[in-house]
Design a protein around this ligand. Structure first.
Ligand SMILES: Cc1cc2nc3c(=O)[nH]c(=O)nc-3n(C[C@H](O)[C@H](O)[C@H](O)COP(=O)(O)OP(=O)(O)OC[C@H]3O[C@@H](n4cnc5c(N)ncnc54)[C@H](O)[C@@H]3O)c2cc1C
Length: 519
């Protein structure tokens, strides 16, 4: 792959203003309007730009990655539990469903390899301990076979990771993972997965698309749209100024994640179907870290809960999640928050397995919740059993993207670009994209530790203090909020100076980054 070269273009509040102003005097339609600046929309914008289609605009009604794409477990994984699902389906005689689940793992595993080449500075291998709780009825030998199958899938794809291990008796478990209460555990297996920083992956895809000439704006909402013979006519609202603008685009890509149905409904027509079932999931971040290892724990209620050691530019903390809470049909997808019950569940489960370093309220530096947009299907499956496979639904010039995992965003973006009937919509045919890796952000791998507020403000389109503190700087501001308010003040003062905020504005910005709700 040829490395991307050239100077990074500015991607800031000024860039955003310029893009907004230019909407007023556009004479040509856009080739695509992308709604949603999560990982899916960002991946699509970059994929378009790589193919030479830079006459595209992405909008997000909040900050980029402010939806689920900053609230995930941050794993780039092939989903080892789908191997188990495939095996169970095979035993039940559902051959085609079993093959589909197995293939799902193979494809996601291959995608992990592609992402490691695309962003080696953002995708890291992670050694995982899979903990089978004492009451778990799974056969340890089957689980062990699963970890080996996972390993061989990776090996056949040229991904050489550490070979799996199994600890099947109390003595072996105590020696391998002394921090865990071995009496609560039946067996432990180790294998390799990978992790990333979801929000930073979004921002770097957008930066790269911006470098290639495409445009993106945060805090701009799609209010409504209308499909006509010549494409899509949309009304946008600038949420910073309440100004509105009309845009004409040949194609609309609905990448609104959990809000995909809401955006579809803004087209005026009665929706043809419900696209997603929404399932909220919460995490807590704990500092200092409970452990230097990372675990998938099978809880007594059948869930797989992650206890992950994160290292964000040298700052280590533990990320624990996730829960599963289906959202009611009318419930808003905006700014979901963990419930007290979910937080108590996560703390309780962690303290049960890690009694030597119990989570204390003062150690919780952050909590978040995201919404899984799962493809709605009839039937009575529980949220946990639903397939995470994605789907692209075409309605004339409108393309709805449904149910995409973080791990799959790149290949789905490729699929979307290959699937759009560009010629029928009057847009230029895209060229074959060159293969090039993402360029590390300013200061490369150590952006959080070393970048200045000025670099981040100029390069990552920050509008508000919480954009910077929650989605540009990793875990550091959250620990400062807890233990070093002076360091937080220094960064906020610097940002106030760069943004020209008055003391009143700065105080309002500070309030946006409030302390987490604790159990
Ligand atoms: C708790 C949890 C953990 C997860 N962990 C993992 C994991 O470890 N690995 C993995 O591969 N996947 C994981 N996933 C799945 C993955 O994170 C999501 O599927 C993915 O982030 C969805 O990205 P998206 O771009 O579709 O949606 P989002 O990130 O939610 O982006 C959609 C955007 O659309 C914007 N929007 C909505 N309406 C409008 C409008 N009218 N106008 C303009 N903008 C609008 C929103 O503001 C939002 O930013 C997890 C999901 C959850 C819930």
């Amino acid at each position: 792959m040829a490395p991307s070269s050239g100077k990074r273009r500015e991607f800031s509040l000024r860039t955003r203003q310029h893009t907004w102003d230019s909407l007023q005097h556009r004479t040509q339609p856009l080739d695509a309007l992308i709604v949603g600046g999560g990982i899916v929309g960002a991946g699509c914008l970059r994929e378009m730009a790589l193919r030479g289609l830079t006459n595209a605009l992405l909008i997000d009604k909040g900050d980029f990655a402010s939806g689920t794409s900053s609230a995930s477990s941050k794993l780039i994984h092939a989903g080892i539990r789908y191997l188990e699902q495939a095996w169970n389906r095979l035993k039940e005689g559902q051959l085609s469903a079993a093959v589909r689940d197995f293939w799902f793992v193979v494809e996601a595993s291959s995608e992990r390899k592609a992402l490691r080449r695309l962003a080696p500075h953002l995708i890291r291998t992670k050694r995982i301990h899979l903990v089978l709780a004492a009451g778990d009825t799974r056969n340890p030998l089957s689980v062990m076979a699963g970890t080996w199958l996972y390993f061989f899938i990776q090996l056949l794809q040229g991904q050489a990771y550490e070979r799996p291990r199994a600890y099947l008796n109390q003595e072996a478990i105590r020696r391998a993972v002394p921090e865990i209460d071995a009496s609560k555990v039946r067996a432990v297996f180790t294998f390799a997965d990978a992790e990333t920083d979801d929000a930073r992956l979004v921002i770097e895809n957008l930066q790269d698309a911006n470098d290639l000439g495409a445009a993106a704006m945060n805090y701009v909402e799609l209010v409504s749209f209308e499909v006509r013979d010549d494409g899509v006519h949309a009304l946008l609202r600038n949420r910073e100024t309440e100004a509105t603008a009309r845009v004409h685009s040949r194609v609309l890509i609905n990448a609104a994640g959990a809000s995909v149905d809401d955006v579809a409904a803004r087209g005026g027509e009665a929706p043809s179907e419900v696209f997603v079932d929404r399932v909220a999931g919460s995490h807590i971040d704990v500092h200092p870290p409970l452990t230097e290892n990372s675990y998938y724990v099978t809880a007594s209620d059948g869930r797989l809960v992650f206890v992950l050691c994160r290292d964000e530019d040298g700052l280590r903390f533990t990320r624990i999640g996730t829960t599963e809470r289906p959202l009611a049909p009318g419930e808003s997808s905006d700014a979901p928050r963990p419930t007290q019950r979910e937080l108590q569940y996560l703390v309780g489960l962690t303290n049960e397995f890690f009694p030597k370093s119990p989570v204390k309220a003062g150690d919780i530096i952050g909590t978040d919740a995201g919404i899984r947009p799962l493809r709605a299907r009839s039937g009575t499956q529980s949220a946990f059993q639903k397939s995470r496979e994605h789907e692209i639904v075409e309605e004339g010039p409108v393309y709805h993207i449904i149910g995409v995992k973080l791990t799959d965003y790149r290949r789905v973006a490729v699929e979307v670009m290959n699937g759009i009937r560009w010629d029928e919509h009057g847009a230029p045919l895209p060229s074959t994209p060159p293969s090039r890796p993402l360029r590390p952000a300013e200061r490369g791998d150590r952006m959080y530790a070393e970048a200045t507020a000025e670099q981040i403000v100029n390069q990552t389109m920050v509008l508000h203090w919480d954009d910077l503190a929650l989605r540009r700087l990793g875990g550091r501001p959250r620990t400062w909020r807890q233990s070093d308010p002076a360091a937080l003040d220094r960064f906020l003062n610097e940002m106030s100076r760069l943004m020209g905020w008055s003391p009143t504005q700065a105080a309002a910005e500070r309030a946006r980054f409030s302390a987490p709700t604790l159990p």
